[in-house]
Design a protein around this ligand. Structure first.
Ligand code: AHM
Ligand code: MG
Length: 342
């Protein structure tokens, strides 16, 4: 067996996270509690990813997996059965873990507390269990997005006010893309690394380390159906793209896949504000900020159009903000259109 192939197969996610955490958090050794904690949390997230991937791969074969529950969530969106399943998976994998005391997700109005992990669990997991869930029923790609923050203070009133801080407070962030293969991409602040789920091993195996986003790329990814809902500056930007060679549109309706394409091949993803919804659609704490953390770690940029996205301080858990993210040159170009009109 070639030694390299064997080494690669043995570079599992948990081993990688342990080494990465030691490097970035100045943890003195592989045995330091912080390195062990982050690695254990990532392991649980990976387990959630495997459970969700398994369910998705068989969804069409099982009764009661696809479709709506008939309920409407905090965001005013119809809840899908897969959203509920995936949300519960994350809660279950962290029960009795001693790691995470609070979980906050797109699907829950308030954070979910795991009392048996409190106050020992010094971390909070923020996540979007299934992003782009309109793709689920038609067997297209979806993703999970996650972010880990330190719990600051006691949170006695259960309001989780310490979560209302900027994106620099994230210790780790990433996503799981459920596509033809299941891919996990993460960063603990020292570059961006991807892992592919090997179904025969049931392990995420290292695919690429220190991924760098291209300076510029051909893709612009935006829902142009909203054209007349945008500010004139955004319309001008799209006109620019239409009139210049070398641009191509790609939009799947699921953020994780669109961002993954841009991470690897370059370009820009936009979910701007709209006239009737100036804050746009995407939520800061468990959608935009984790992706911004990752893309910056890969050498890209993330912006609201006016400000660096990681500097934004939310005033509520489900706070939304416009998102422009991707290759540094492409994000700058969009920003220049927006700022010229401002
Ligand atoms: P969701 O979390 O309810 O699935 O919404 C987020 C999704 C993103 O994945 C995607 O980029 C966007 O919503 C698509 O929205 P639209 O259909 O308005 O273009
Ligand atoms: Mg979402």
């Amino acid at each position: 067996v070639p030694e390299q192939a064997l080494d690669r197969d043995c570079t599992t996610l948990s081993r990688h996270v342990l080494q990465q955490t030691v490097k970035t958090r100045n943890a003195p050794s592989l045995l330091s509690p912080e390195a062990q904690d982050i690695s254990a949390i990532m392991n649980r997230i990976a387990l959630a990813g495997k459970l969700i991937a398994r369910r998705l791969s068989r969804a069409g074969l099982m009764a009661g997996v696809l479709g709506f529950t008939g309920e409407v969530n905090v965001q005013g969106e119809s809840v899908k059965k897969m959203d509920v399943y995936a949300n519960d998976v994350f809660i279950s994998v962290f029960k009795q873990s001693g790691l995470v005391c609070r979980l906050a997700s797109e699907e829950m109005d308030k954070p979910y507390y795991i009392p048996e992990n409190c106050p020992i669990g010094r971390y909070t997991l923020l996540y979007d269990p299934i992003d782009g869930s309109s793709n689920v029923d038609i067997n297209l790609n979806v993703g999970s997005i996650f972010s880990i923050r330190q719990q600051e203070g006691e949170d006695l009133d259960g309001e989780a006010a310490d979560l209302l801080q900027d994106g620099h407070k994230q210790i780790a962030a990433g996503y799981i893309l459920y596509g033809p293969s299941t891919v996990l991409v993460y960063s603990v602040g020292d570059g961006v690394h991807s892992f592919i789920l090997d179904p025969s091993l049931g392990e995420f195996i290292l695919a690429e380390e220190h991924i760098k986003i291209p300076e510029h790329g051909p893709v612009y990814s935006v829902n142009e159906g909203n054209f007349w809902q945008w500010e004139e500056s955004l319309r001008d930007y799209t006109r620019y793209v239409h009139r210049h060679e070398g641009y191509t549109a790609r939009y799947s309706g699921a953020l994780v896949g669109d961002i993954h394409r841009i991470l690897l091949q370059g370009g820009v993803f936009l979910y701007p504000g709209m006239l009737n919804k100036p804050e746009g659609k995407l939520r800061l704490l468990y959608e935009s900020a984790p992706l911004a953390f990752l893309i910056e770690q890969a050498g890209g940029k993330a912006s609201t159009g006016m400000n660096r996205l990681l500097d934004v301080v939310p005033d509520k858990l489900h706070y939304r903000t416009p998102l422009i993210i991707g290759s540094p040159k492409d994000v700058q170009l969009v920003e220049s259109f927006i700022q010229d009109h401002a």
